[in-house]
Design a protein around this ligand. Structure first.
Ligand code: AMP
Ligand code: ZN
Length: 130
């Protein structure tokens, strides 16, 4: 059984910050910043490609609730709302979850995007993905 299923079952302890019928939110054990929370569907789905729409909508509802709560309590300067899909993208627990990471300053978490747009035909990509 995966680690998040064990947490949901109550076999592994966790710090719960939100719970409803379908969703559990717990403090990430590694706390990238103060209040870093994982929002997890109670039903096991490997990733965003596998999760069904009603469950996904339930998770995203809880993501907003958790974000609003952290915002009121800790008053961060901002948030990163993040999902890693598959090992190639840094997913380590193969049970869909969304990270809510409060940001207190520009340098407390490093998320970098490099501009590669010159290498691609944006018109073609827009056409492909329409
Ligand atoms: P990801 O790399 O997106 O799959 O994120 C998995 C996250 O789960 C990591 O940030 C871990 O710190 C966190 N994590 C792993 N085990 C536990 C646990 N038992 N309780 C809380 N968070 C955990
Ligand atoms: Zn699971």
């Amino acid at each position: 059984m995966c680690v998040f299923c064990s947490i949901i079952k109550g076999d592994i302890p966790s710090k719960k910050v939100y719970e409803d019928e379908n969703v559990l939110a717990i403090l990430d054990i590694s706390q990238a910043t103060k209040g870093h929370t994982l929002v997890i569907p109670k039903k096991h789905f490997a990733n965003i490609l596998e999760i069904e729409y009603p469950e996904y909508e339930n998770v995203m509802y809880a993501v907003k609730k958790v974000t609003e709560k952290i915002n009121v309590v800790y008053k961060p300067a901002g948030f990163n709302i993040l999902n890693n899909c598959n090992e190639a993208a840094g997913q380590t627990v193969m049970h869909f979850h969304v990270h809510v990471i409060p940001r207190y300053d520009n340098n407390d978490v490093k998320i970098e995007f490099t501009d590669h747009s010159k290498e691609y035909d944006l018109n073609q990509i827009a056409e492909d993905l329409k």
